[in-house]
Design a binder for this molecule. Structure first.
Ligand SMILES: [Zn+2]
Length: 351
């Protein structure tokens, strides 16, 4: 039995296929495995094949779904799997999604408003077992089952990109809230009366901890240094990459640049503040950070741990009771893998 995951984004539609017997032992294992050397398929390698096509989001939702369905057939074909052996499809998109009805309520920069994905995908693929969910929920579920959170009961994924995404997985279930709109970690205020957020609120974590926020802080500090006549490598590094991006300040800091060091430590302090709040509420055993910025590795994690472990409420407990802070392990495939796994979870016990 095979399952396909489809991850709809503003730029690309990605799809991948996996074999149920490869992942089922991980998915339904409640307890931590006694032996870490278990010969199970984890992470990236659980996809037999994956591919992506452009979304072209100016089109109608119907056209996008038709393309997503043909991409699903393509990945099955390329993986050497007869499409009749595909048991279920998981489809995830940004925004608010009702997994009970299969309706995408609102998806931001993709034209899906109160759109019945489940019925449309059923019609285009002939597959009855369709699961629809939010992309951040899928990514967190994938990391919890086959990635950085494997084997723990309470797991939190925070993804840092143009915005802040995330989801909390506890006892094998994504915690969505009664109306499925929960888990908006980015839209919690860390600076009262602060910068305006995309959601309209002032001072949200997203307005201080996203890559866009880091870019804004880098540009502000460059302008300030320029006005003060302070020397900095930021401009030279930014020119080589045709503009400031989320790496510019980290790269300059590694060259010993003092101005960049200020940007990075300011950014990390905001991020640590948001993450400490999440840890105080949920106390996950593992908190994984995903998104491009996680490539900074210990340059990001080690100062984060220093601040969080001194500020969090339970810092007086013994360190083996501290939340482990790590980078996510599935990269850009987390959404596709999670979409397929959510479908396996929903349908494998239903006829
Ligand atoms: Zn917000």
């Amino acid at each position: 039995m095979y399952h396909i995951g489809i991850d709809l984004g503003g730029t690309n539609i990605a799809a991948g296929i996996l074999k149920e017997s490869d992942v089922a032992p991980l998915l339904f294992a409640q307890a931590r495995p006694a032996d870490d050397s278990q010969p199970l398929v984890r992470g990236d390698s659980c996809l037999l094949y994956k591919d992506s096509i452009p979304t072209h989001p100016a089109r109608s939702a119907e056209e996008i779904i038709a393309d997503a369905a043909s991409l699903a057939r393509t990945v099955a074909h390329r993986a050497g799997v007869d499409f009749r052996d595909v048991t279920s499809i998981g489809f995830v998109s940004p925004g608010t999604v009702n997994p009970l009805t299969g309706i995408v309520v609102f998806a931001g920069n993709v034209p899906f408003t109160n759109f019945d994905v489940k019925s449309h995908l059923r019609r285009h693929t002939g597959i009855e077992k369709i699961t629809v969910d939010n992309d951040a929920n899928a990514a967190a579920y994938a990391e919890a089952v086959v990635g950085a959170g494997h084997g723990v009961r309470d797991f939190l994924l925070i993804t840092i990109g143009t915005g802040i995404g995330g989801a909390y997985v506890s006892a094998g279930d994504v915690q969505r809230g009664f109306n499925f709109a929960g888990g908006e970690f980015g839209h919690t205020v860390i600076v009262v009366g602060g910068e305006k957020c995309t959601c309209g609120r002032l001072g949200c974590a997203e307005a201080y901890c996203s890559v866009n926020a880091l870019i804004r802080m880098t540009l502000d500090e460059m302008a300030r240094a320029d006005a003060a006549g302070e020397r900095t490598l930021l401009k030279d590094i930014a020119e080589k990459t045709s503009g400031v991006n989320g790496k510019t300040a980290f790269d300059a800091m590694r060259e010993g640049d003092k101005v960049a060091e200020r940007v990075v430590s300011r950014y990390i302090y905001y991020l640590a503040t948001a993450l400490t709040n999440y840890i105080n509420i949920f106390q996950p055993e593992i908190l994984a950070i995903g998104g491009g910025i996680s490539k900074e590795g210990e340059y990001l994690l080690s100062p984060l741990r220093r601040i969080i472990y001194s500020e969090m409420f339970n810092h007086r407990q013994s360190p083996d009771k501290y939340t482990k802070i790590v980078t996510a392990s599935l990269g850009g495939d987390a959404g596709v893998i999670g979409a397929a796994l959510l479908a396996v979870k929903e349908w494998s016990h239903k006829k």
